[in-house]
Design a protein around this ligand. Structure first.
Ligand SMILES: [Zn+2]
Length: 67
């Protein structure tokens, strides 16, 4: 397996990716693990909104009609 030292985009430290996750982008510090989760969630939410473009509009209209 070809593991290379990477630079964490969050804290700018060099780190060696976990051998089970050779493509990991962030280092293993707690703050950066949180950041990784946050960015993963943001990406997931964006994807979800692209796949469900009408959901929020309909939700909002339904909400307004209740008032
Ligand atoms: Zn980091």
């Amino acid at each position: 397996m070809n593991r290379q030292v990477r630079r964490c985009p969050h804290c700018d430290q060099l780190f060696l990716p976990d051998k089970y996750h050779p493509r990991q982008k962030y280092c293993s510090s707690e703050a950066c693990r949180r950041e990784r989760r946050r960015s993963y969630k943001a990406r997931y939410n964006k994807l979800w909104r692209q796949q469900n473009p009408h959901y929020f509009r309909e939700y909002w209209l339904a909400y307004r009609e209740l008032k």
